[in-house]
Design a binder for this molecule. Structure first.
Ligand code: EPZ
Length: 417
């Protein structure tokens, strides 16, 4: 296993290009199962989860070739089974359920286990697909789904689940008749998936709102598609500018999709503005001030930025309160930040952060993707050396983060643990 060794204390200055979005690429690649012709994807981030997805697509009969930031997928004779040894490494594999049922009328997908941040059930996906005529059994840890032909239905999600909305959106494109998804997720990644499906001939309206309408069509054709930029990678680099007291220009950076994050970072004393070259981020004079953050479904503050903004709060004057409403166990970074000198107290789904003068480098353990990012950010600002261990978590969602950060002045080495 690898670790990152970070010498902290350097204000980062320079330009970073934002990669394609992991959380848009995963469902959009999975949606190639629905098409009957080849598809070429560009701006695909080179991430562990993308390699896993490409491996899964090849096993399902859609050979995927990765060349630079381009992935070409050639749907052939589809197979219905997503094996456990792949699904256990990436929960998002469950996103092949909807497309397989829509194309084959059959799916055998290993039930994804929980992960560090929570139980991550898929009950909302299954209940909704049952309304479209699918029947499910659980056998030896596999979800076995069958249907004659999916039928359009009026579905109401108890919670605006991102993955559930994506699975049902894909399933509905080839169903008989109209499907209405109510209380659907509004995340930008859901919108990007809808745009991709429309480019393949799907009939979708309302994506980006809470009510999405889909008219089923007999088949989807191929297309060329560029994945949207990654708003969470971008948000992570905005925090890197603030926490190190540097100045970063992010090219290919989303703006509207980061609204809730930018408002909060500016309230903490950063100055983030959109320029003709990209998004410029730096700390205003007068230091950082604490603020309160409550994670919500989009357009609220994204849970995937909670750990990163907490690192910034550790060095902000005053007290900040973080309320995590999306996942039941997404404070795994807290005890590691405390090892670096942070003053944070957890009570249930809230954490109270009292700013300290400085953080000091220490050996810390990554536990999940965004917790790892928060430890790297803290290490960049800390006095001394920080060893972030188990960074395979980080590689799932950040394309060689140390190369991008070292290019703007960071001092990070990747070493075997
Ligand atoms: C997606 O996960 C993202 N992953 C997550 O990003 C992100 O944190 C999450 O959406 C929320 O924005 C991908 O897009 C690959 P949900 P997903 O279904 O689809 C509960 C990252 O760091 N729920 O909106 O799994 C669930 O337990 C990752 O990039 C049910 O109870 O999120 C959770 O508490 C982490 N039953 C909440 O809803 C269900 O059937 C949100 O889940 C489905 C979800």
């Amino acid at each position: 296993m690898d670790k990152l060794v970070i010498e902290g204390g350097v204000p980062l200055t320079g330009t970073i290009n934002v990669s394609g979005s992991k959380n848009a690429a995963l469902p959009i690649l999975m949606a190639s199962i629905l098409a009957e012709e080849p598809i070429t994807y560009t701006n695909v981030p080179r991430l562990r989860d993308i390699h896993t997805t490409n491996k899964l697509l090849s096993i399902l009969g859609c050979p995927a070739e990765f060349e630079g930031d381009t992935v070409s997928v050639r749907p052939c004779d589809l197979k219905p089974e997503a094996p456990y040894d792949l699904v256990k490494t990436m929960r998002a594999s469950v996103l092949c359920l909807g497309p397989l049922l829509a194309r084959l009328g059959e799916a055998r997908v290993a039930l994804p286990g929980g992960c560090a941040i929570g139980a991550r059930p898929v009950d909302l996906h299954l209940t909704a697909l049952e309304k479209m005529g699918a029947r499910f059994e659980l056998e030896e840890g596999y979800i076995i789904g069958r249907c004659r032909k999916l039928k359009g239905a009026h579905i109401y999600f108890d919670f605006p689940t991102v993955g559930g909305t994506e699975n049902l959106l894909m399933a509905a494109t080839l169903a008989e008749g109209e499907t209405i998804l109510e209380n659907a997720a509004r995340e930008p990644e859901v919108v990007d998936l809808a745009r991709f499906l429309i480019a393949c001939g799907a009939k979708i309206e309302g994506h980006g709102t809470s009510v999405i309408r889909v008219q089923g069509v007999p088949r989807l054709h191929g297309c060329e598609y560029a994945i949207m930029p990654d708003r969470i990678e971008a948000g992570t680099f905005l925090v890197a500018a603030g926490i190190t007291g540097g100045e970063l220009l992010l090219t290919g950076c989303p703006w509207e999709e980061l609204d809730a994050v930018i408002v909060k970072l500016n309230a903490m004393g950063m100055h983030i503005e959109k320029t003709s070259e990209g998004v410029l981020a730096k700390r205003r004079n007068g230091g950082l001030r604490g603020t309160d953050v409550t994670t919500q479904p989009f357009p609220g503050f994204p849970t995937d930025m909670q750990a990163q903004v907490m690192s910034l709060m550790c060095l902000a004057e005053g007290t900040s309160v973080v309320q995590e409403n999306i996942f039941e166990n997404r404070f795994m970074h807290v005890l590691e930040l405390v090892r670096m000198g942070a003053d944070i107290r957890i009570s249930g789904r809230s954490a109270v952060v009292r700013g300290v003068k400085r953080l000091t480098g220490a050996p810390v353990m990554a536990s999940d993707l965004r917790a790892s990012a928060s430890l790297v950010l803290a290490g960049l600002a800390a006095r001394g050396t920080t060893h972030v261990q188990r960074i395979y978590h980080l590689d799932r969602g950040y394309e060689r983060i140390e190369l991008k950060l070292n290019a703007v002045g960071a001092r990070i080495r990747r070493e075997a643990e």
